[in-house]
Design a binder for this molecule. Sequence first.
Ligand code: UDP
Ligand code: UDP
Length: 322
Amino acid sequence: MYFSKKIAVTGGCGFLGVHLCKKLLSMGNEVICIDNCYSSQKRNIYHLLENPRFEFLRHDITFPLYIEVDEIYNLACPASPVHYQRDPVQTIKTCIHGTINMLGLAKRIKAKILQASTSEVYGDPEVHPQPEGYWGRVNPIGIRSCYDEGKRCAETLFFDYHRQHDLDIKIARIFNTYGPMMHPNDGRVVSNFIIQALGNKNITIYGDGNQTRSFCYVDDLIDGLIKLMDSPDAITGPVNLGNPDEITIMELAQKIIKLSGSQSCIEKQPIPLDDPLKRKPDIQLAEKILSWQPSTSLDHGLEQTLLFFKKANDIQIDHSLS
Ligand code: UDP
Ligand code: UDP
């Protein structure tokens, strides 16, 4: 039997946030979606606004927030390199001031709180695949550092609040995730390639395309987040959530060209600084303690994502991407 709860989702208008709000509502919960819409669009939640159990609060979590809820999912933070590098100081403020405020809120109301951390805490890793015990290799002063170090510090804050104030915490380290509702202009590889393929524009590969990533379909990821939140108190994480099927960026481009029946050609461009060469989650811990593993194949997930972008012809696509 499932008892409905009052749940806050910060970053609720973002790609993962919208899917999470929708799923939590479908389970019968009340959801307060908190977002300043810095890197997301309010239109993402229009379809949820008519649900009486859904509430939207436009708020920047770097400022204090006083509400009453049972659980907090802390997803607020621009997550794509294009967005988080636009205003790096705001990115790190969101990770640190924002996290302190959400932890302070959780402490006052004795709520359970989950942090959406990231595979970026592993940086450009020397250990492959990455288990949770690996401490990472992160450049502290590079252009990705506002996000990587911000998210690392947020994990530290979570554990300090846990040890010092006995807060009930959960940390998920989220690996590359894709699916419908991705932001069309955030420069992510899956959305870029799909938009380019659908427009028969050149597919922009940064570097030689031999760098790898492992892509998790959004529905699988959301199931993992909810399982982690609902897990026994003793489980704090960090827990890796992602799909361990690794693919090179070149293979991904070819797959998307094939699935979309596109005429696009490959165009190589310089690789961004500190772009990790390899990334693949070790998900043994999630399998063991959450009985979780992704079940959506990359082909099926990409087909769903292609369908979404085909249908979203009212979305303003920035053709300067290609
Ligand atoms: N805070 C908040 N909502 C609350 C409680 C606290 O936003 O319901 C903020 C508060 O403004 C503070 C931060 O969370 O800056 C950390 O709170 P905590 O109680 O841990 O620290 P303190 O207020 O003692 O510095
Ligand atoms: N990438 C690419 N072309 C693009 C966008 C990204 O080749 O149009 C590469 C990027 O350099 C990186 C990988 O794809 O190696 C994943 O990039 P993304 O920004 O999606 O995620 P992250 O680097 O944070 O894993």
